[in-house]
Ligand binder design. Structure first.
Ligand SMILES: [Zn+2]
Length: 343
């Protein structure tokens, strides 16, 4: 009980800079994220530098650089609004020279309706880029969970849009390279049959470092419904075509209701060599078994899929997006996100 009360006290005031010692220490570590964040963002987080953050957001295009009076649409005012100082938390506002109307500088940006300071909003974007969970971010920053969740969602949508238009950046394989394709929970059936698992397509390139993965939420299906299975199979084929470079050697499960050798026959023209895991075992040389290699790669994939199951229907695809974003951009994940948000 004592612990809960302590936490509530902190939540009451935004920004853990004024909170408990352990939260302050947590925030100190968080703000010291090496690289771009430490070099560019950290100096602006010091008290008294708030206006630098606003101008940094403006320069990068995360908030607007110019704003037309909304009344222009109805023809009652044709003026461009001017950037002016204001006595509000954001320190600035848009003010119309014609009709005297005022607007928030958050208009038309991802920060609109996000009820926290810009300082914490940027921290939340870093939290998303690092894969920190929503609750620990809310606790550390002393802000409400829905605030973090809202910005995570907005960041996820921007990342998702980017991935949709630039899927080739996540391509795996190539001539002679080995690529594994399987789906969760099929790949570990028996282990998790308690709830209705949300199915996920997993693609991984063997011998890539860092390990290249692709995860994608599949449409829900019933194992006994042929119509469902056909739709999911179609989705898998189209994703494999998108992600796996032609000429790759595909390794597919020997027993699966979704992606066995037979299911990939129509892609033979792209992947002439498709081998099932059972066939592969025949090539073991005694020193290292292919099952062993597969096991290591899939263990991480299964962990990720298992973790994803904890998220609700809406959040699971966000979780997967975040995962593949970080896997692709690593320590530049935050920088890439900020850049995309500014476009
Ligand atoms: Zn106006």
């Amino acid at each position: 009980m004592k612990e809960i009360r302590k936490i509530n006290q902190v939540v009451a005031t935004e920004c853990a800079e004024t909170g408990e010692d352990y939260l302050k220490a947590m925030l100190g570590d968080f703000d010291s994220e090496p690289g771009y964040y430490k070099q560019v963002i950290k100096p602006m987080l010091i008290a008294g530098h708030e206006n630098e953050i606003v101008y940094w957001l403006k320069d990068l295009g995360l908030i607007k650089n110019e704003f037309f009076c909304p009344k222009a649409e109805s023809g009652t005012c044709m003026k461009m609004m001017s950037w002016s100082q204001a006595r509000n938390n954001d320190m600035y506002q848009w003010k119309c020279n014609g009709c005297d109307g005022k607007r928030s500088i958050r208009e038309d940006s991802i920060f609109l309706n996000v009820k926290c300071s810009f300082k914490n909003a940027i921290r939340i974007l870093l939290g998303w880029s690092k894969g920190n969970d929503i609750d620990s971010m809310a606790l550390m920053l002393g802000i409400k969970r829905p605030v973090v969740s809202m910005l995570y969602k907005k960041a996820g949508l921007v990342a998702q849009k980017y991935i949709t238009y630039n899927t080739s950046e996540w391509a795996v394989g190539g001539a002679g390279k080995i690529v594994l394709v399987d789906s969760y929970p099929e790949m570990c059936l028996g282990a998790t049959e308690t709830r209705e698992p949300k199915p996920i397509l997993c693609i991984a390139e063997v011998k890539s470092f860092p390990q290249k993965y692709w995860f994608e939420l599949l449409q829900p299906y019933r194992r006994t419904n042929q119509e469902h299975l056909q739709l999911v199979k179609k989705q898998i084929l189209s994703s494999v075509k998108k992600i796996v470079a032609p000429g790759s050697i595909l390794i597919v499960p020997s027993s699966s209701i979704l992606c066995t050798n037979e299911d990939f026959l129509e892609l033979k023209y792209l992947y002439p060599l498709i081998i099932s895991t059972d066939d592969l075992a025949r090539h073991d040389d005694g020193n290292r078994t292919i099952a062993g290699i597969l096991d290591i790669i899939w263990r991480e994939a299964v962990d990720i899929c298992e973790e994803a199951q904890a998220y609700g229907h809406e959040l699971i695809s966000q979780y997967i997006i975040g995962r593949i974003w970080r896997q692709r951009y690593g320590s530049n994940a935050f920088e890439m996100l900020v850049y995309q948000l500014g476009l």
